[in-house]
Design a protein around this ligand. Structure first.
Ligand SMILES: Cc1cc2nc3c(=O)[nH]c(=O)nc-3n(C[C@H](O)[C@H](O)[C@H](O)COP(=O)(O)O)c2cc1C
Length: 221
């Protein structure tokens, strides 16, 4: 694995004088990259902070451009798809996609959803063919690894946890990841941020350890 695409989506900064305004998900992402670099520094990392540089929302012009054959697109339509093309190219080049995300209202932050909306495009990331019957959509990118690092205020969102049913973050990213070409998916999360107690500190420490083990596993593959 030589190319990592690192996507952050928290509005908070990873460095902040006030601990309570420091992004946990971003700091987990930094820990992943630093651990990886210590063991193998020959990788290329492309980084995007979606909160400080937000993707555009889809518009009617975007839809018209995306559903027009490439050779028939006007100059204006090409320019409308510029951001989508740039994001897509970064995904295409990546062997591993690292996404960090806070849970916002039980799902992903709006900027991350907007990023997915820009990338998941007909004849780019998926094909559509009614000859396939009730499942006409198939992905076009393959062999990538997707790692999701999350932070939540509450807890118990994992399989079998007390809030499993309320978790629309991990399952959604995993589902969409298939269209980024992810054939394997790993999720590590820190919980309890809103309780600000020892469970929170333990949860962060555990997430950091899990990240270190995951990096070792991935480098061994
Ligand atoms: C707008 C907003 C919505 C949130 N919604 C949830 C939620 O639905 N469930 C939850 O467990 N935590 C929720 N939280 C708490 C965050 O997930 C938590 O603070 C997390 O640490 C944020 O990640 P960050 O530190 O990387 O920004 C919310 C926080 C904000 C600001």
């Amino acid at each position: 694995m030589n190319n990592i695409l690192h996507i952050d989506s928290s509005v908070r900064f990873s460095e902040n004088e006030s601990l309570s305004h420091r992004s946990i998900s971003k700091s987990l992402g930094q820990h992943f990259i630093q651990t990886w670099m210590k063991k193998n520094n020959s990788i290329k990392v492309v980084y995007r902070d979606l909160a400080s540089n937000p993707p555009e929302y889809l518009s009617v012009d975007w839809l018209a451009a995306a559903f027009t054959e490439e050779v028939e697109r006007s100059e204006l339509q090409r320019s409308v798809l510029k951001q989508s093309d740039a994001y897509y190219e970064e995904v295409k080049q990546a062997d591993l996609i690292l996404i960090t995300a806070p849970m916002h209202n039980y799902g992903m932050p709006a900027v991350l959803k907007a990023w997915f909306d820009q990338i998941l495009r007909l004849n780019h990331t998926f094909t559509f063919d009614l000859k396939r019957g009730d499942f006409p959509i198939e992905p076009m990118l393959f062999r990538k690894v997707l790692v999701l690092l999350t932070s939540t205020g509450e807890f118990g969102f994992q399989a079998g946890g007390v809030r499993e049913e309320m978790n629309h973050l991990g399952p959604h990213v995993k589902q969409l990841g298939r269209y980024l070409g992810a054939e394997s998916f790993y999720e590590i999360g820190s919980e309890f941020q809103e309780f600000k107690d020892v469970r929170h500190q333990k949860s962060i420490a555990k997430a950091r350890e899990q990240i270190e083990s995951l990096v070792v596993d991935l480098l061994g593959k």
